[in-house]
Ligand binder design. Structure first.
Ligand code: ZN
Length: 303
């Protein structure tokens, strides 16, 4: 082979390599962040636990066991969560709502079965309706016109999921990993958290966030929520890290700060200042990292 033939062969080989790289990048885009999945990103937050970011709206968690995986919450339902989960695992999937609000149960329509606490069933029904979804899509479109092609607009084409009840003590067995349901009424009547005691993790939904909303219609009185926090505090030997439905992980001592914040409101020591929001008038009080937004007419349990 003469020099120029070698040069041509070498050039062809380089070209082939470049083409293979382009195809590989394209495949990766299609499988992990392709058209329907650019909405989501993921980050590993503990061994075999992924936090899926619902485009800044909320956290969805995927816990992988030996035999099964558990999806904790389904987010706003704007994009293809079921498809995104398949890019992480092919294990049989169990799906659970920590409560019935639209940023935690909005994607339920993408799954055949969803575990949820029956006390939130009315909320869930309302927030997973076609009308509610249509409104959410319109709102989202204004803020994310570039991602419009990733939206799931028409949910009437999906079969409604079957709801399976959970209650205190229910255990999700993933093979080598068990997660226990703890009822935590307050933010909603049917709110739950999930305890993975072997790994010292608590998945807290909206029960333990830096700002907990307790001013909504349907929220329990602050006294009832205080009982919920004290119940979790009594079990805090069983977990170290809390993984909330919004924001970053918190240590368990955050619960102590929430309890002081609640007690300051209930005792009247903190009168509260105005809490700006888009739903209804509310007040807020804070203690260290914890903040509670509340309705001053819904503090005490009615006797
Ligand atoms: Zn909520």
């Amino acid at each position: 082979m003469n020099m120029s033939a070698k040069c041509v062969l070498f050039s062809v080989l380089i070209l082939l390599l470049v083409l293979m790289c382009i195809v590989q990048v394209k495949n990766n885009q299609d499988s992990t962040s392709g058209k329907s999945n650019r909405w989501f990103t993921k980050i590993q937050v503990a061994e075999n636990v992924w936090r899926i970011d619902d485009h800044g709206g909320d956290n969805i968690y995927l816990v992988l066991g030996k035999n099964k995986a558990l999806l904790i919450d389904t987010g706003n339902g704007i994009s293809d969560l079921a498809g995104f989960v398949k890019t992480i695992t092919n294990l049989p999937l169990l799906v659970l709502n920590t409560h019935g609000h639209p940023d935690h149960a909005g994607g339920n329509f993408q799954f055949p079965e969803v575990y949820a606490h029956p006390k939130d069933s009315t909320l869930t029904k309302y927030f997973t309706s076609t009308d509610y979804h249509d409104g959410a899509i319109q709102q989202t479109q204004k803020n994310n016109p570039d991602l419009e092609s990733t939206f799931i607009r028409d949910i009437s084409a999906f079969n409604k999921p079957t709801y399976l009840p959970v209650a205190e003590g229910f255990v999700f067995d993933l093979g080598d990993r068990k997660l226990e349901v703890i009822e935590t009424p307050g933010h909603t009547p049917g709110s739950i958290v999930l305890l993975d005691a072997a790994n010292k993790l608590l998945f807290t939904g909206d029960n333990n966030n830096t700002v907990v909303w307790l001013f909504l219609d349907g929220c329990l009185p602050l006294e009832a929520y205080l009982q919920t926090l004290q119940k979790l505090q009594a079990r805090d030997e069983e977990f170290e890290k809390m993984l909330p439905g919004h924001g970053d992980a918190l240590d368990k001592f955050f619960i102590d700060e929430q309890i002081i914040c609640l007690k300051n409101i209930i005792s009247g020591e903190c009168k509260g200042e105005k809490y700006e929001n888009f739903i209804r008038p509310a007040l807020q009080c804070g203690y260290k990292r914890a903040r509670v937004a509340f309705n001053p007419d819904n503090i005490f349990i009615k006797k």
